[in-house]
Design a protein around this ligand. Structure first.
Ligand code: FE2
Ligand code: FE2
Length: 262
């Protein structure tokens, strides 16, 4: 039967599919790491800056974990196809802060901090959901289980942090702007997630030599998720709720952040 579990297992068993999957994951994590490092450098807020730094350190750690999983299989990373580059496609739609802005030396304004946190609120929601799905499939896997559980717990923390920081800024009078920015970003993310999903699906279909019916079914699934998200699912990306786990990024990353890798 065709299920998320069977699709992930099929990708895991095929070297080329696994290579593409881990390369896309590592690329996204590294990009998130770089963005957070630049935002740390441009943030004048002494309370927020260490949390952004921790966020960046976590994403770099995730990038190393996916790279290491590949290397364990004796595979190098492959370039991420442009049409599957989630971060770049989001940026092109004006979601989050641009590369150009992050490469400058001007400190970030409060609005730009909100733009960063809103981008993170929306993308970390997606990351947390994807990782929970991977934990469901591979949580007990001898090679992948520990890594998936660790990354999943981190993504939950990142999401909690975004909720908390945005609520703080909303209480300081930025509520309407945050609300507007969240809605625009969520709509753009949902579209981008569909486009990336279609691109990855068609690549995987070629690598795994799927019959036409299988490609059609998975493609239909991506479109169905898009329609659901556009009609109802977007709401889960724009709400703000105080998390149970407060100050989730309040402590700096452990000094040997690379050693926890399985
Ligand atoms: Fe991550
Ligand atoms: Fe994250």
């Amino acid at each position: 039967m065709l299920s998320t579990r069977s699709l992930f297992n099929e990708i895991y068993r095929n070297d080329q599919a696994y290579q593409l999957f881990c390369s896309i994951a590592a690329g996204g994590e590294d990009q998130g790491g770089w963005e957070n490092e630049r935002i740390t450098a441009l943030t004048r807020d002494p309370v927020l800056a260490p949390k952004v730094a921790r966020h960046g350190a976590d994403e770099r750690k995730h990038g190393r974990i996916f790279t290491r999983l590949l290397n364990k299989r004796g595979l190098p990373k492959v370039p991420v196809p442009d049409e599957a580059d989630y971060c770049m496609l989001l940026e092109r739609q004006g979601i989050g802060l641009s590369h150009e802005r992050l490469n400058s030396d001007l400190p970030l304004t409060e609005r730009e901090i909100i733009t960063y946190l809103v981008h993170s609120r929306v993308t970390e929601q997606r990351a947390a959901e994807q990782m929970r799905q991977l934990v469901k499939v591979f949580g007990d896997h001898p090679e992948l289980g520990r890594a998936m559980r660790m990354i999943s717990a981190d993504e939950d923390d990142h999401l909690a942090y975004c909720h908390e920081e945005l609520l703080r800024l909303a209480s300081e009078g930025h509520g309407p702007y945050i609300r507007h920015a969240l809605e625009t970003s969520a709509r753009g993310e949902i579209r981008t997630y569909r486009d990336v999903g279609l691109a990855v699906t068609s690549r995987m279909a070629g690598i795994l030599r799927w019959p036409r019916w299988k490609l059609a079914v998975v493609t239909l699934g991506v479109h169905a998720l898009y329609l659901y998200d556009r009609a109802f699912g977007w709401r889960r990306m724009v709400t703000l709720r105080m998390p149970e786990h407060r100050n989730a990024l309040g402590t700096p990353a452990p000094p040997h952040a690379g050693h926890e890798v399985p």
